[in-house]
Write a protein that binds this ligand. Sequence first.
Ligand code: DON
Length: 319
Amino acid sequence: GVFATTQVMAASISPDQYQQAVDEAYAKFKNVKEGANADYIPILASVPSDMFGVVIITRDGEVYSAGEQKYEFSIQSVSKPFTASLIMAEQGPKTLREKIGVEPTGLPFNSKIALEIYEDRSVNPLVNAGAIAAVSLVEADSEKERWKKVLGNIEAYAGRELTVLEEVYDSEYETAWSNRGIANLLYNYGRLYSDPEEALRVYTRQCSIGINTHDLAMMGATLANEGVNPVTGKKVLDKEDVPELLAIMATAGFYDESGEWMYSAGLPAKTGVGGGIVAVVPGKFAIATFAPPLNPAGNSVKGLKAISYISGKLGVGLY
Ligand code: DON
């Protein structure tokens, strides 16, 4: 039915159609003025607000782009599904479900109330609680080893070596009282699997990894290509586990705006307060955007408009 239609249409998208969709989305939304940079992580307020990049990478590694490609922004919450993938690769989807959870909260990404009202506590790996729990669950004998695995996994998705934006790390770690509270609450409930401060540090470093728009599209393209990086050929996640990961992105990738997002764009996706968004057209391609100004739910305004537009234009919404 619907899925078959999607496949047929996506299969017939020509290079010109991809490029045109990217160019149009860029031109249509580059002057949008709504939203504001995140400032609860103080340094994010100083990232130039008018930067805007749009990139599509297909499962064969073809690239279509417009606007900013090179600027390295902090990955922030866009890292979360990729570390959830690491847990799946290491310990299987069942462990992810049992030790973290897969239920959308319908609440903001940093909600403490969610920890009190849901029996799972961490609830899902895309909110801060579940993402801090995910790094704590990585099998490691030391903080160094834990970090190496987390970084190595994200590098494998991007297909290149990445570095931490140390200023972003310092700015966030110095002000991380809310996440520290979440880590300690999880630990109290037996839903954190390492020392809480260690989990907080590794999580904050993960969020401070610098990526550009092209890297983000490559990470998504690896999911579109059933867990294999289209350029390096490295398998990062078993093909069988990709649908579960995309399901979590579809239901929780935009936090308390996930319903609105699926209604308009119809694609599994993840956002970050650094201004990045990646969306995946399963089996076909990924769309990544970078634009720092966010709406109140913490999602990039230009990015969500651009991806919704491209999804509609190319007819690739899943439903
Ligand atoms: O923990 C935090 O608050 C940030 N490091 C990440 C939050 C985030 O990106 C939420 N996304 N839209």
